[in-house]
Design a protein. Structure first.
Length: 260
C-alpha cells in the first residue's frame, strides 16, 4: 500500500463529481462566493432529506457529500475540486505531543455522550461562540436548531463540563456502523486556552475506537484554507480520490508547494 504523501493538487480540476450512491434528484445551488478560498466562485449540487438510513448516508460521504441540517450537498464547482474529504482510521490514530498536552490540559472535564438535543443552555453557549467567531451575527433559536439539531440521520452529542457542571463545549456527530462524522463543535470563547476543538476531536476518535467504529470523518480539507489545516494534524489520515477510493497520506503540501 502506498503510504507516501498525497497531493490533492493531483486531483484533475475538471474531474466530474462522484455520482451519488443511490438515485436521487440533485439540484444546483447556483453560484456563490467560495467560503474557503477568497476570490473563487463555488456551487453545490444538493437535495433535501427527511430521513436517510445511516449506512446510506455513509455511502454519500464516500461519494464526497456532507450535510447541513437536512440539506445534503456535494461541491460541484466549475474547474475546481479543492474540497477533498478527509478521514482518520481510528485504530491507528496516534496523538501528537501537542495533542497529548491538550488532552492532559482538559483531563478535569466530564464528557457525556447522548442523542443530540437542543436546550436553552446549549443555545446560550452557541450564541456566545458565534458572536465571538462571527462578530455582528446574532443567531436565533430556530436557525440554531435547524442547523445543528434537525438531522435526517442518527446523530450523537458530546458535551464537555467542568467540575462545577458548567457547559464548556458541545460536539455533534453523525453515526453509523462504519463511521463517526463530525458535524460541528462549539465552545465557550472564555475557555479558548483549553484547545477544546482539538480535545473534542481526540475524544470523538476515542469514542469511535471504543465502540468499534473504524473511521472518523472530518469533512473537507481545502488546500490554501488556513481554517482547514488542523484536520491534517490528526494522523494517519486518508483522502478521498476522484475514483472514489481512499488513499493514505502522511503529509499535505503547504500552499504554493509542488507535490510529487
Amino acid at each position: 500500500m502506498d503510504t507516501g504523501p498525497i497531493n490533492p493538487r493531483a486531483t484533475p480540476a475538471g474531474a466530474a463529481p462522484l455520482p451519488p450512491p443511490v438515485v436521487v434528484q440533485l439540484v444546483s445551488t447556483g453560484d456563490h462566493p467560495c467560503p474557503y478560498l477568497p476570490g473563487r466562485i463555488a456551487t453545490n449540487r444538493a437535495f433535501l432529506a427527511e430521513r436517510i438510513h445511516p449506512e446510506i448516508y455513509h455511502a454519500f460521504m464516500d461519494a464526497g457529500f456532507r450535510r447541513s441540517g437536512k440539506f445534503v450537498y456535494q461541491p460541484a464547482c466549475s474547474g475546481c475540486r479543492a474540497c477533498v474529504p478527509i478521514r482518520v482510521p481510528v485504530a491507528t490514530f496516534t496523538p501528537s505531543k501537542s495533542q497529548r498536552r491538550c488532552a492532559r490540559r482538559n483531563a478535569d472535564l466530564t464528557v457525556d455522550v447522548a442523542p443530540a438535543e437542543a436546550t436553552d443552555e446549549k443555545f446560550d453557549l452557541y450564541r456566545r461562540y458565534t458572536n465571538d467567531r462571527h462578530r455582528g451575527e446574532e443567531p436565533d433559536r430556530a436557525s440554531f436548531e435547524t442547523f445543528l439539531y434537525d438531522s435526517p440521520v442518527d446523530s450523537l452529542e458530546f458535551t464537555y463540563r467542568d467540575r462545577g457542571g458548567r457547559l464548556l463545549g458541545v460536539g455533534i456527530c453523525d453515526v453509523s456502523a462504519r463511521s463517526l462524522s463530525s458535524v460541528y463543535f462549539y465552545f465557550d470563547p472564555a475557555d479558548e486556552r483549553r484547545g477544546l476543538g482539538t480535545f473534542g476531536v481526540i475524544e470523538e476518535i476515542g469514542f469511535a475506537r471504543r465502540v468499534g467504529i473504524p473511521h472518523y470523518y472530518l469533512g473537507y480539507w481545502v488546500e490554501g484554507c488556513g481554517s482547514m489545516r488542523y484536520k491534517a494534524e490528526f494522523r494517519p489520515f486518508e483522502l478521498l480520490q476522484p475514483d472514489g477510493s481512499w488513499k493514505p497520506g502522511k503529509t499535505l503540501q503547504a500552499p504554493g508547494s509542488s507535490g510529487t
